[in-house]
Design a protein around this ligand. Structure first.
Ligand code: MN
Length: 196
């Protein structure tokens, strides 16, 4: 079961930059809702697997992404605030920021502009992309995009039409069945071995 992280500071610790009332509601009501609903969704998924009834799978996967990503991003957000704090990246991170953004100032400019330009509800993130071996700044609309932030892909199936339409036309189920015969579990095993 997913647990709420304890708030790593007092409710008034971020005053005047982030006031007590805002933090109180944000942590105790909104963040709690994401964590509680992630757990409820996991329970519903367990029930669906047990009963082999996947009638609501689309809705459940959406809920998992929405509530789960909300829980993860809020945890990161609350944890990456504090006051007073040592307010600069250490040498190691600063080196990487300088390498990838040109300078700390340029990083800050891009982060500010990217955050301002987030459409409606969303987030702005500084992320490390292992495949690129590079820091990037990302906007995130809403917060789910049907993913869970920080997850590491182990097995991937391309469900874009280009990947099956020529051979299977609209028979997506046949394509998925066929795929199960050609999964290289040795590679999946290795990916899992690396991170577990
Ligand atoms: Mn929030």
């Amino acid at each position: 079961m997913l647990e709420m992280i304890p708030l790593p500071y007092n409710l008034d610790a971020l005053e005047p930059f982030y006031n007590r009332q805002t933090l109180d509601i944000h942590y105790h009501i909104l963040y709690k809702g994401y964590v509680d609903n992630t757990n409820k969704t996991e329970e519903k998924l367990a029930k669906a697997r047990l009963e082999n009834n996947f009638e609501n799978i689309k809705c459940l996967e959406r809920d998992l992404s929405f509530y789960g990503s909300g829980a993860i991003l809020h945890q990161l957000f609350f944890e990456n605030m504090g006051f007073p704090t040592p307010s600069m990246p250490d040498n190691h991170l600063m080196e990487q920021i300088t390498k990838d953004f040109g300078s700390f100032n340029r990083f800050q400019s891009q982060f500010t502009e990217a955050a301002k330009a987030v459409e409606a509800s969303g987030w702005c993130l500084l992320v490390w992309v292992p495949t690129f071996q590079k820091l990037e700044i990302l906007q995130c609309e809403k917060h789910q995009n049907l993913t869970l932030w920080g997850c590491i892909p182990l097995l991937v199936l391309d469900m874009w039409e280009h990947s099956y339409f020529l051979q299977y036309q609209a028979n997506r189920a046949d394509y998925i069945t066929a795929f199960k015969n050609i999964i290289n579990w040795k590679v999946v095993n290795k990916r899992f071995e690396k991170i577990s």
